[in-house]
Design a protein around this ligand. Structure first.
Ligand SMILES: O=C(CO)[C@@H](O)[C@H](O)COP(=O)(O)O
Length: 235
């Protein structure tokens, strides 16, 4: 069974990361899933973005991670993406980058606070940072454990991945996701932009405060559809 359409979409999404200025060298990767077919398509490992073609995109089994289509090695982050698709059953795409502002918050091991409505339009509250990985997790199946760590963070903090479509892996960088592949890239763009704005906000006012829940909830409703937002008596 050919997965050409999925490979085309995932190839374009990886090129969109470059266009958005979120990746350099061969850092980062985007994947997409076809849950009916039981496969995930992901960027090949170590391939420069300017050389990337749809036929380079690697298709692996969602269950086993084995390559089912493609001649190149799948991204080293493949196990992380696979765990995210299993743990977050409603997502359709994952985008991992090393975008500078988001990586800075991940290295500082701090959540990105929701200082304003721009952030709130994409993330219901802060963008969370995970705990550090333990030595045994690093020495073990590192990429698989990275995915488990993200799922653990969301479970323990009671976060819904549909409300907060991104995370900062401590000491590493951002992973974003969405209901489909383009939405995952959009959320990766939004994560970097809000991380950058948060850094600038704190530079202007080190005592800046996160917006209150009332404004956050109003914007969150807007994110989930105009009716939910405009139907609430908006003028
Ligand atoms: O986070 C990492 C490495 O720390 C990876 O995301 C690399 O930045 C890209 O690896 P490949 O996808 O080329 O294997």
């Amino acid at each position: 069974m050919s997965h050409d359409a999925l490979r085309e979409q995932v190839c374009q999404a990886n090129l969109d990361l470059v266009k958005a200025g979120l990746v350099i060298l061969t850092w980062g990767n985007v994947s997409g899933v076809d849950r009916d077919a039981g496969v995930m398509a992901i960027k090949p490992s170590g391939v420069a973005y300017d050389a990337l073609r749809p036929e380079d995109i690697v298709v692996v089994s969602l269950d086993t991670g084995d390559v089912v289509e493609g001649s190149l090695r799948p991204s080293s982050d493949t196990p992380t993406h696979l765990v995210l698709y299993r743990e977050f059953p409603r997502i359709g795409g994952v985008a991992h980058t090393h975008s500078a502002a988001a990586v800075s918050w991940a290295q500082a091991e701090r959540d990105v606070p929701c200082f304003g409505t721009t952030h709130a339009d994409h993330f219901r509250g802060c963008v969370p940072v995970t705990r550090r990985m333990r030595a045994d997790e690093i020495r073990g199946a590192y990429e698989h454990n990275t995915g488990l760590l993200i799922a653990e963070s969301f479970r323990e903090r009671g976060l819904d991945p549909s409300d907060v479509p991104g995370v900062l892996v401590a000491g590493h960088g951002p992973f974003a996701w969405g209901h489909d592949v383009p939405n995952a890239v959009e959320n990766a763009v939004a994560l970097e932009a809000t991380a950058r704005m948060a850094l600038d906000t704190l530079r202007i006012n080190p005592d800046a405060r996160a917006i209150d829940d009332t404004l956050l909830e109003r914007h969150h409703r807007r994110k989930h559809g105009a009716e939910a937002y405009y139907g609430q008596g908006k003028a």
